[in-house]
Design a protein around this ligand. Structure first.
Ligand code: HEC
Length: 214
């Protein structure tokens, strides 16, 4: 077997721009869909990895990105409103993600089942399985703020942390947006799927990936 389920316990992980600090737990049981996906991969030797250290690093990367984005978004919304704050999610988020990825030596980004930007935010097959599993776990009563999953698979350490929709997010991802904002969003993102969210809905997840062969 080249894949190991990594157990990660997070304390005080901030969801991106979210209000809650929370203890996130990786499921003890491997989600069935994720298990199926893993068994389709060929067995290959894997170098020894310090999973606990990787998990700590992923946690730090997510905290850094989430904390920075939340602070910038809230400040911009306060001073200029949603139209002025658009550039935070549009330009600042990828810039911050890149800076933190370089600093940590791990790729950090945000993905979602539904997207505003279909290029930047689309989830791949593995991420889609985990996002769907987060939805199931939420439906089964788990707190969205605690949903996380980590695993070593295919020579990669992979970590995902759910992003619940906070009140501040509704300004651009909720319902009844101001007409000027809707017009701007339609112009920038003609295929936008990310309005109509309610507080507490899963908006997506942070993804952290580290290639273990380098
Ligand atoms: C000021 C408007 C605005 C606010 C407020 C806002 N967003 Fe966004 N969000 C955007 C825009 C614009 C994009 C598209 C960014 C791009 O082009 O990559 C986006 C993209 C995203 C994405 C990437 C996936 C996708 O849909 O393309 C996630 C995840 C996300 N937002 C989560 C949140 C969360 C969580 C909050 C609240 C904490 C939030 N956003 C608040 C405007 C906003």
């Amino acid at each position: 077997m080249n894949k190991y389920l990594v157990m990660v316990s997070l304390t005080a992980v901030l969801a991106m721009c979210g209000e809650k600090s929370a203890q996130a737990q990786v499921p003890k049981k491997v989600p069935k869909a994720a298990e199926q996906a893993r068994t389709t991969l060929a067995a290959e030797p894997v170098p020894p990895v310090d999973k606990a250290a990787l998990a700590e690093q992923a946690k730090a990367a997510v905290q850094a990105l989430g904390g920075a984005l939340k602070a910038k978004l809230e400040a911009a919304m306060r001073t200029g409103g949603p139209l002025a704050a658009l550039s935070i999610c549009q330009i600042k988020a990828p810039e911050l993600a890149k800076a933190i990825s370089d600093e940590q030596g791990m790729a950090v980004k945000r993905v979602s089942l539904k997207n505003r930007n279909p290029v930047m935010g689309a989830a791949n097959e593995w991420q889609t399985i985990v996002l769907n599993d987060f939805e199931t776990r939420k439906t089964n009563g788990e707190d969205p703020a605690t949903l996380a999953y980590a695993e070593v698979v295919d020579h990669e350490f992979r970590f995902m942390k759910a992003i619940p929709t906070a009140a501040v997010c509704l300004g651009c991802h909720g319902t009844n947006l101001p007409p000027a904002l809707t017009a701007k969003l339609t112009e920038l993102y003609p295929q936008d799927q990310t309005v109509g969210y309610k507080e507490g809905d899963l908006r997506g997840a942070f993804v952290v990936v580290k290639n273990l062969t380098q």
